[in-house]
Design a protein around this ligand. Structure first.
Ligand SMILES: CC(=O)SCCNC(=O)CCNC(=O)[C@H](O)C(C)(C)COP(=O)(O)OP(=O)(O)OC[C@H]1O[C@@H](n2cnc3c(N)ncnc32)[C@H](O)[C@@H]1OP(=O)(O)O
Ligand SMILES: O=C([O-])CC(=O)C(=O)O
Length: 465
């Protein structure tokens, strides 16, 4: 932020606010999230206009043919300020590392982990909210949490054999019935006002996810009558209660950490990018996020947390519990020789251990250091990277977030691994909706990159080699 901008007298108060936001200072008191957004949006619109005027025609680096065939790795293609991923350091949410978020974001009374309500505020504004602002968000989400009866019926009619992620996606798609954005669009809302109903839909969507997740869990895994949302409790506490774990303080803390760290992973990952892409067609946040969920449900992305537990269970039944390092090594090699990936290891961008893995490991060291599955996860950490390096294919031999989460959930009795990605999805809604709000606020256009045929590539370089 240049000092000349800060000195401009007419805009000074607003630019100062933005400067504060960009440096992730604390939010001004006595303002709601929506009011704060309304202040920040015109400032950011000016900022983007300035950046485009100054740099809009500059080249960003070469595009090579391998990137077209190789899943666009490293292709600079998207803008998202909410979080940025460094290959070695891992994720920062609005410039804050996970340990910094753990330190700075408001906590529940007696709690040590950050409240995801605060993380959402941070993702949306770049500011650390006050305790009161976070409490207001908890209350607002509790007030919006009921799901329409017909959505309950859709879930109740799903066969328990339908994967929980498919049920989740169905329910979220159906919420589009009451979309404020879809209605406003039909009523002829001006482009400048898109962000308002997008914000309302986003808040509704996040608020309704505990009821959807709880109903799916209850229907599929038969835990009896579904509990009700308590307006005096925070989001993670309510989610835990609906899953039947609300009385377990450590589980509630785990949910606070879990939802915070799984929320966003810059803009290019499959779920975030899918939400942005679908949203760019002005599909409302429910439709856009349902598409995100369908991407998250893939085994190379969010479903990897389920796959890790499956793989560990199969390992235990094959080589027994407390197996030797040699036996574990043999099992890992057999996985690779069978043409399968080692779930929970490797990453498209990261080149070091995922700090989300480390945060979960630290939680385990504090709350469940003697857990046998946690010990196995640790044993594997000492074995797999060397094997992946020796196998010589994976660019990143280190664990990602999914290598750890299932062991923690299992410890507390949430053993139904098919459900794990639903929890990931609840969290990912925070990042996807924050991005949708800003995309509509900044007038992000329809996404439509160019595709090429192999023949066209050949022709392009025919006389140049
Ligand atoms: C929340 C998340 O989405 S985190 C990721 C969750 N997914 C997993 O944990 C699944 C296991 N990991 C993987 O499949 C990969 O590492 C991915 C999908 C995450 C990243 O894929 P890429 O960016 O293509 O990885 P990379 O460039 O290192 O791949 C090169 C080769 O190594 C292989 N490789 C990468 N990771 C692994 C692994 N964990 N086990 C075995 N092989 C691997 C790839 O399959 C690829 O093989 P190929 O040349 O035969 O196609
Ligand atoms: O960044 C990625 O590609 C995958 C990932 O870890 C996430 O989305 O959380």
């Amino acid at each position: 932020m240049s000092s000349s901008i800060l000195r401009t007298s007419r805009t000074k108060p607003v630019w100062s606010a933005l400067a504060r936001a960009r440096f992730s200072s604390t939010a001004p008191k006595n303002t709601t999230l929506k009011e704060r957004l309304a202040e920040l949006i015109p400032v950011e619109l000016e900022n983007v206009k300035r950046v485009r005027a100054e740099h809009g025609k500059k080249a960003f680096g070469p595009v090579i043919v391998d990137q077209l065939y190789g899943g666009m790795r490293g292709l600079p293609a998207l803008i998202w300020d909410g979080s940025v991923l460094d290959a070695d350091e891992g994720i920062r949410f609005r410039g804050k590392t996970i340990p910094e978020c753990q330190e700075l974001l408001p906590k529940a009374p007696g709690g040590a982990e950050p409240l995801p309500e605060g993380l959402f505020w941070l993702l949306v504004t770049g500011e650390i909210p006050t305790q009161e602002q976070v409490t207001e968000l908890s209350k607002d989400w509790a007030a919006r949490s009921a799901i329409p009866e017909f959505v309950e019926e859709i879930l109740d009619r799903c066969p328990p054999t339908l994967h929980p992620m498919s049920q989740f996606s169905l329910a979220v798609t159906a919420l589009n019935h009451d979309s404020a954005f879809a209605k406003a669009y039909q009523d002829g809302v001006s482009k400048k006002e898109y962000w308002g109903p997008t914000f309302e839909d986003s808040m509704d969507l996040i608020a309704k996810l505990p009821n959807i997740a709880g109903r799916i869990y209850n229907n599929v895994f038969g835990k009896g009558k579904l509990a009700a949302i308590d307006p005096a409790k925070d989001y993670s506490h309510n989610l835990s209660t609906l899953l039947g774990f609300g009385d377990n303080t450590a589980f509630v803390e785990l949910m606070r950490l879990y939802i915070t760290i799984h929320s966003d992973h810059e803009g290019g990952n499959v779920s975030a990018h899918t939400g942005k892409l679908v949203g760019s067609a002005l599909s409302d946040p429910f439709l856009a996020f349902a598409a995100s969920l369908n991407g998250l449900a893939g085994p190379l992305h969010g479903l990897a947390n389920q796959e890790v537990l499956l793989w560990l269970s199969k390992m235990q039944s094959k080589i027994g519990e407390n197996a030797s390092d040699e036996a574990v090594k043999e099992y890992v090699w057999a996985t690779l020789k069978g043409g399968q990936v080692v779930p929970g290891y490797g990453h498209a961008v990261l080149r070091k251990t995922d700090p989300r893995y480390t945060a979960q490991r630290e939680f385990a060291l504090k709350h469940l250091p003697e857990d046998p599955l946690f010990k196995l996860v640790g044993q594997i950490y000492n074995i797999v990277p060397d094997i992946l390096l020796e196998a010589g294919k994976a660019k990143n031999p280190w664990p990602n977030v999914d290598a750890h989460s299932g062991a923690l959930l299992t410890h507390y009795g949430l053993t139904q691994m098919q459900f794990y990605t639903v929890l990931f999805g609840v969290s990912r809604a925070f990042g996807v909706t924050a991005q949708l709000i800003w995309d509509r606020a900044l007038g992000a256009p329809l996404e439509r990159p160019k595709s090429y045929s192999t023949a066209a590539i050949e022709k392009m370089f025919k006389d140049k080699s």
